[in-house]
Design a protein around this ligand. Structure first.
Ligand code: DQA
Length: 149
C-alpha cells in the first residue's frame, strides 16, 4: 500500500487561530482528518508529524527512508531558511511535494525564496487547506502509475 508522510513545521499547530485572514480558520487537526478520510477512499496510508523544531523534522525525513514513497511537507518559515531540511530531502531521495496554505510569492519578499523547492518534485501554494489535498492527489496518482510500471 502506498505510504505518504505528511510533515508540518513551526507554528502550523496554531492553524485556526493564527492570522485567519491569511491561513483560514481550518485547524491542522481538521486538515489531517480530511486527508485521512480521502486517503481511505484512495486506499493509501498517511502518517502525520508536526514539529516546531528543525531537527525533529530532519529526523523524520531521515526515518522516512524505506518507509514512505512520498513526503508532503509544509515546512512553514523553515522553507525560507533551512539548508538543513533541504539537504535532508535531497539525501533521502524520496519524492517530496512542498506545500503552503498561502501564496508565498504574493507576500513579503523574504517568503518568495524557498530553500526546498529545488529538491522537491514541485510546489503547491496559495490554495489554503486544499493545497494539502492537491498534494495528496498528486502523490496517489503518481504512486499508482509507478506501481503499474
Ligand atoms: C506557510 C508560509 C510560510 O511563509 C510561513 O512562514 C508559514 C506558513 C504557509 O503555509 O502558507 O508558517 O508555509
Amino acid at each position: 500500500m502506498l505510504r505518504i508522510l505528511v510533515l508540518n513545521g513551526p507554528n502550523l499547530n496554531l492553524l485556526g487561530t493564527r492570522k485567519p485572514e491569511i491561513y483560514g480558520t481550518t485547524t491542522l487537526a481538521d486538515i489531517e482528518q480530511e486527508m485521512q478520510r480521502r486517503a481511505k477512499e484512495l486506499n493509501c496510508q498517511l502518517s502525520f508529524l508536526q514539529s516546531n523544531h528543525e531537527g525533529a523534522l530532519i529526523d523524520a525525513i531521515h526515518n522516512a527512508k524505506g518507509q514512505y514513497q512520498y513526503i508532503i511537507i509544509n515546512a512553514g518559515a523553515y522553507t525560507h531558511t533551512s539548508v538543513a531540511i533541504r539537504d535532508a530531502i535531497e539525501a533521502v531521495e524520496i519524492p517530496t511535494i512542498e506545500i503552503h496554505l498561502s501564496n508565498i510569492h504574493a507576500r513579503e519578499e523574504f517568503r518568495h525564496v524557498s530553500m526546498l523547492a529545488p529538491v522537491c518534485v514541485g510546489q503547491i501554494c496559495g490554495f489554503g487547506a486544499m493545497s494539502y489535498m492537491l498534494a495528496l492527489q498528486y502523490a496517489v496518482e503518481m504512486g499508482k502509475q509507478n506501481d503499474e510500471a
